[in-house]
Design a protein around this ligand. Structure first.
Ligand code: AMP
Ligand code: GLY
Length: 420
């Protein structure tokens, strides 16, 4: 069969690589992909905003299954659009994708179904928001409603920081703002909980913890993610049941009331406070770099799982995992998440020799005449599976030493909570 993967990050390279392992696969396409996907799939340069061109290509090539990686095309309704043409797509529809596309949409479901989350207020104008923060406890959290690539969240330590956050949001820093969300600061440890859904049933798809801040010690600016490890050190059977019963099931009930069924990966971002889960956010896709961290642990054929989801028979399938720890370190271009240079050759990449438990997923890379160049902020992902996190980290550090890329940087403390 032919499969198309939409996206160009480390997440999509890892999805391509997992799918490729299936005996069912004749050909893979990646839209638009990166230098890593180029070696296992045909990269197709189509603007992801151009739904019609994507659809025409899929129909012309008779692609049997399309997997949508990133949030933007999901929130903009790519799944609904392709399904109109009877294309088989794995990913949530436009209504369900509001779980990520609008924080207020999610908060309203939380309110209606009593889902544990930070206490919040929604304000339509700056004056009401500013009036509210005079009475807030600090720190307090100010959030833009729309998709902001993880950047529309301000943790404010005093009123003046909150005022400037409100001003930036209403001044349009993250696009036109009709609302601002102000919420209680939750003091706990974050964890990501993944599930996979076929519209009727769902199954758990591992847990992870990521490091979102750019600098060591979880300091500096928020990024897409500098590294991750799986499983989360917080997960227990008891906590898993609470997350499913108090958060995920009521959310699916909320979507059902709106006439929507959830199909795709769901990423539940949680704060765990005294062993109780609170919903921080939903993402309607796999995390990046959590996907790269988790997929190497998957024993069951990913292609079989995705087909089962598209045919609503996930309940018949047993998803099996290797009993291993996985760690991922992301190599970024110096300067990320602010200004950085592109088109810098990564000359030692050919010298990296990976063992069976080691993986190298490309993100912002491109290939020109057999040479690999950087093409984005997050560039490479080094992953290792091992019996313990410390061994995994050691082998990643060895590979990073061999890479020795002068334009790159990475956090040396990824997994500090689980590595000895
Ligand atoms: P979000 O985009 O909503 O996931 O927020 C980005 C990051 O901000 C989260 O991963 C948390 O680290 C932090 N954050 C968001 N909301 C809260 C909250 N209510 N309390 C504490 N930290 C938060
Ligand atoms: N690693 C965080 C995210 O994918 O949103």
């Amino acid at each position: 069969m032919k499969v198309g993967i939409i996206g160009s990050g480390g997440r999509e390279h890892s999805i391509c690589q997992s799918i490729k392992k299936s005996s069912k696969i004749d050909k893979l396409f990646c839209f638009p992909g990166n230098a890593g996907t180029e070696s296992i799939a045909e990269n197709i340069k189509i603007d992801l905003d151009d739904f019609e061109k994507i659809k025409n290509f899929i129909l012309k090539e008779k692609i049997d299954l399309v997997v949508v990686g990133p949030e933007k095309p999901l929130v903009e309704g790519l799944v609904d659009y392709l399904e109109q043409f009877k294309i088989n797509v794995f990913g949530p529809n436009k209504i369900s994708s509001q779980l990520e596309g609008s924080k207020i949409f999610t908060k309203k479901i939380c309110e209606k179904f009593n889902i544990p989350t930070a206490k919040f207020g929604i304000f339509q104008n700056r004056n009401d928001a500013k009036e509210f923060i005079t009475k807030s406890n600090y720190p307090t959290v100010v959030k833009a409603d729309n998709l902001a690539s993880g950047k529309g969240v301000y943790i404010c330590n005093d009123e003046s920081q909150a005022v400037s956050a409100i001003n930036e949001i209403f001044d349009g820093k993250f696009g036109k703002a009709e609302n601002v969300l102000i919420e209680e600061f939750l003091d706990g440890e974050e964890m990501s909980f993944f599930t996979i859904h076929d519209g009727i049933t769902f199954k758990t798809f591992e847990t992870a913890q990521d490091h979102k801040r750019a600098l060591e010690g979880d300091k500096g600016k928020n990024t897409g993610g500098m590294g991750a490890y799986s499983p989360s050190r917080l997960i227990t059977e008891e906590l898993k049941i609470k997350i499913i019963d108090k958060i995920i099931k009521p959310t699916l009930d909320g979507l059902a009331e709106l006439g929507s069924k959830y199909k795709g990966f769901l990423y539940t971002g949680l704060m765990i406070v005294n062993n109780e889960p609170y919903l921080i956010e939903y993402n309607v896709r796999m995390g990046d770099p959590e996907c790269q961290t988790i997929l190497p642990k998957l024993k069951t054929d990913l292609t079989e799982i995705l087909i089962a989801c598209c045919e609503s028979r996930l309940d018949k399938l047993n998803i099996e995992w290797h009993d291993k720890k996985s760690l991922c370190v992301v190599v970024c271009s110096k300067g990320y998440p602010d200004k950085f240079n592109k088109n810098i050759e990564i000359s030692n990449i050919d010298k990296i020799v990976l063992s069976d438990n080691e993986f190298l997923f490309h993100a912002g890379t491109k290939k020109i005449e057999d040479k690999i160049f950087s093409n984005g902020g997050r560039v490479l992902n080094f992953v290792c599976l091992s019996d313990n996190f410390s061994k995994a980290k050691k082998s990643i550090l060895r590979n990073l030493h061999n890479l020795n890329w002068s334009n790159g940087f990475y956090r040396k403390d990824i997994g500090y909570r689980v590595v000895d």
